[in-house]
Design a protein around this ligand. Sequence first.
Ligand code: ADP
Length: 166
Amino acid sequence: MKIELTSGDITNERVDAVVNAANSSLMGGGGVDGAIHRAAGPDLSTACRGLRELWVDGLPVGRAVATPGFEMPAQWIIHTVGPNRNAGETDPALLRSCFTESLRAAEIIGAKSIAFPALSAGVYGWDMAEVATIGLAALSSYTGPVTLARVVLFSDDALDVWKNAL
Ligand code: ADP
């Protein structure tokens, strides 16, 4: 799988699937989650309410589920719940799982290209360098059918951190 690092707004990505840094409720929030919900339009909330009928207690940390992309350029959105460091969720395996489970979700829907944000590096309080190390380790050891992973950073500083980690 080819790995590309770039800066920009992930909602503009023309990949098969964009990964959302969701929370367990799947009902939207700030940061990437809010931007994705605005870009996808109101049908995304309806789809997420439907998912909550399957995940009545919310989507567990480290898991990933897909919905359509609705009004976004990407065909799919893969919602994953990163560990919240501010709530004491400090296990790197949980963050790695977000990357690997998102790739698994991409395989199930047949997505060949995927874009990730810096999962857990915002409101959830993880250090950007740590997220980069864990994320790149997960992406670079992937051997399945997804051919392209783009990591879309929201600032040039964040992009530099990921470039150094790579
Ligand atoms: P979390 O709750 O998992 O920490 P956040 O959405 O708060 O998720 O932040 C994750 C990262 O995404 C942060 O580095 C933030 O700057 C970045 N980010 C916020 N909005 C966007 C966007 N539209 N596109 C790409 N990255 C974004």
